[in-house]
Design a protein around this ligand. Sequence first.
Ligand code: BG6
Length: 518
Amino acid sequence: MKTLPVHLDNPLRKGLIEDRTGDACAVVIFGASGDLTRRKLVPALYNLAVSRFLPSGFAIVGVARREKSDDSFRAEMKEAVSAFSRRQPIDPGVWSDFERGIGYVAGTFESPETYEKLRQHLDRIDAERGTRKSRLFYLAVSPNDFGVIMQRLNAAGLVSPAVTTPGGPFARVIIEKPFGQDLASARALNMAVAETFQEKDVFRIDHYLGKETVQNLLVFRFANSLFEPLWNREHIDHVQITVAEEIGVEGRGKFYEQVGVTRDIVQNHLMQLLCLTAMEPPISLHADAVRDEKVKVLRSLRPMEPHSVQQNVIRGQYARGYVKGEEALGYRDEPNVENDSRVETFVAMRVFVDNWRWGGVPFFVRAGKRLARRVTEIAIQFKQVPHGLFHSPDGGIAPNVLSMRIQPDESIALRFTTKEPGQHTILRNMAMDFHYGAAFGSNTPEAYERLLLDAMRGDATLFTRHDEVEEQWAFVDQVFDAWRKEASIPPPFYPAGSWGPEQADDLIAHSGRRWRKP
Ligand code: BG6
């Protein structure tokens, strides 16, 4: 049976297709033998080919140390797409055209020779594949290699088309996280990037921004008239943002010992969710208009002095326990983790956005590994009704809660109180539920598809700007400064499979509220 193009699978998707083809270019992936290339990047590019979003002039060039031929790199990528593409099986017609555009250049990132070979390769494919001297460099490498790659690209004259004429050849760069490890290193990196690329050509990835449900936050807030008038301190009691994972550090113990959950998740994914929830309506969807508003939120975050870190930030580290019935190691027993490690795998914070809209409304945010279940959610809890007309057997009337489930089981639910049918007035808390899967089908594009296509089109709206990433670091650096002063105190433990340490419950309970159990 012939499969229908995805947009025709479901009647609600009809009419949603738009002309979003990328600009002709060669995507040059540094770190082509890494996991990200296999699991995410090439499967995402293949899926763009299936959806016919790739430009007709298109090629992929993998760059990595190991010697291999174009053919063996193509074969590896075919295996990767068979294993990781959301669409299976591979469409032979799409694949045969797609793979003709895949090539490989072997060499170290330091050696100028690598860049000379790359230049020759690119010149050849410009002629063969119509890539029109436009390049999208993807740095899927360790942050230690960012500087040298950009410097060598520049020296080899590979970025010169950056002096662009509109619609002419371009040179853009996509940079994976982590973008620095604190404010000072992020600034230094921004300066190094600016020596080679103009800011409009720099695409700093936070893959959360590519998620459909995260993009929908803007649509939900600014394409509906119903919620925005309520979206402020007058009506909202508090906001909870949870980024919970069941997985542990998954063999990345060495990396986690350097970062911890605050650098890994809070500084980027969680703060982006906070920004999109709290920002003012942008004047347009232009990249800078949206990012200006996010930066304003970051600048409005109440500063954290060491004493307020003590009061408002709780960290934790997972100990042995059970996640979904399976025994899980404690963090300190994970490979490549010190057995007296003090690195945090959980953090909960109470933060305030000190501006006119949010004055006095606490945002309780938390992120952690090895928690009870995988869930990313934003919950807006509205204020109680001002006068209690009804008696409820279990005490007060439950407040209205709007919960936006980013993943999994992507959905939006609004809880409200209603009367149970019968002679007595018995109140029930019910939900109006919208599920993306049921409405639109579940074959949703992956975050990397959207982000790669946007970068090919030069649209940086879903990427982090230089000042934004610096503000994010400036905020979490205050927390690290305070923690450094108490470096000898280990974070409290929590059993794997729980919702974090008890102290996190106390953090919210002090104000008479409690964490949702999503
Ligand atoms: C990455 C972190 O940025 O995001 C990982 O480095 C984390 O530690 C991952 O597991 C979570 O992403 P997702 O898309 O699975 O929520």
